[in-house]
Design a protein around this ligand. Structure first.
Ligand SMILES: [Fe+2]
Ligand SMILES: [Fe+2]
Length: 315
């Protein structure tokens, strides 16, 4: 992290946008101080009525995932060998990244609140539960494992928000499409940054970086909302239903998981990395073989029809 710190400092203006130039939630939702506010909300609600049940369920799950940002910020702050270096690269990155991410839950929550289709209290209970439950993603405080996770996860959220935007457009909700499209574009920049951090580690410590990659893929990249629950249910009980809705719709599927892995293998030129120890070589072989093994498994997964009724959604 000491070595990487100056690279991260240089990466901030490349991968993140200046605060006063970037979009804000207020650019996209009806302004409460406008005379036409109520008309605008009526239009918003009319469009939101056309969103399918699964799409709404996925959107709510995505929103809750974004709103538990304090969990991610805390976790990232702990990967820090130089805590007191307030203006250091990593410390600055965590703050600036968090400041961009914070807009995601904010804008999505405002949209859902105005949409009239959501039982906000039930959703807020799920958000509070998820914050309280945290997540267990198997990275400990290791930057190598954590950056594999964030590279993967930012790509997954990019894809998921992008697809929700497409479906919202199909369902005639251009505003929601714009919101999710903007969020997705942020996630893409973040993914590029984390992929860059990993590539920098591969340059100086290929062996341990490869072993970390293998280790994370063996553990599987669990979604940050894997402990998602609704009121009265066990920790994690709602995650499966959320994930199945995403698969049914084609917002995020087993094939997407594999495609992300393939794209990372390409990005980091895993096949061309040399000077590995025997353990490093084995780790690389495992990672290189994994997409085809997962593809065989994925063929057998069929999206399940669901009878689950989310407490978040008004029927
Ligand atoms: Fe986000
Ligand atoms: Fe993100």
């Amino acid at each position: 992290m000491h070595h990487l710190d100056s690279e991260i400092l240089k990466a901030i203006p490349v991968y993140l946008k200046p605060v006063e130039a970037i979009w804000q939630p207020a650019d996209m939702v009806p302004p409460g101080d406008s005379e036409t506010f109520f008309d605008q909300v009526k239009e918003l609600q009319a469009r939101a009525r056309n969103l399918s049940y699964d799409l709404l369920a996925v959107l709510i799950g995505d929103t809750i995932t974004e709103e538990v940002l304090p969990t991610y910020e805390t976790w990232l702050s702990l990967i820090n060998p130089i805590e007191d270096d307030y203006e250091g690269g990593w410390n600055k990155w965590v703050r600036a990244w968090t400041s961009e991410e914070n807009r995601h839950g904010d804008v999505l929550n405002k949209y859902l609140y105005l949409s009239g289709r959501v039982n906000m209290r039930e959703m807020e209970i799920s958000t509070q539960h998820l914050l309280s439950d945290g997540f267990d993603i198997g990275t400990a405080r290791d930057p190598y494992r954590s950056f594999i996770y964030t590279s993967f996860q930012e790509l997954a959220t990019n894809l998921s928000h992008r697809r929700v935007a497409q479906f919202a457009k199909q369902d005639g909700d251009d505003l929601l499409a714009k919101i999710c499209g903007n969020v997705a574009a942020d996630e893409a920049r973040h993914a590029n940054a984390y992929k860059f951090f990993v590539s920098k580690i591969f340059e100086i410590d290929p062996n341990q970086m490869m072993i970390a990659f293998e280790d994370m893929m063996r553990k599987k990249i669990v979604m940050p909302a894997h402990f998602l629950r609704e009121k009265g249910l066990e920790k994690g009980a709602s995650f499966r239903h959320f994930s199945e809705a995403a698969q049914r719709l084609g917002v995020y599927t087993a094939a997407d998981y594999i495609n992300i892995l393939v794209s990372l293998i390409k990005e980091w030129k895993i096949d061309a990395i040399s000077n590995l120890s025997e353990t490093g070589e084995k780790a690389r072989d495992y990672v290189m073989m994994l997409p085809s093994r997962l593809a065989q498994l994925a063929e057998r997964i069929k999206p399940q029809a669901s009878s689950h009724q989310f407490s978040w959604i008004h029927t």
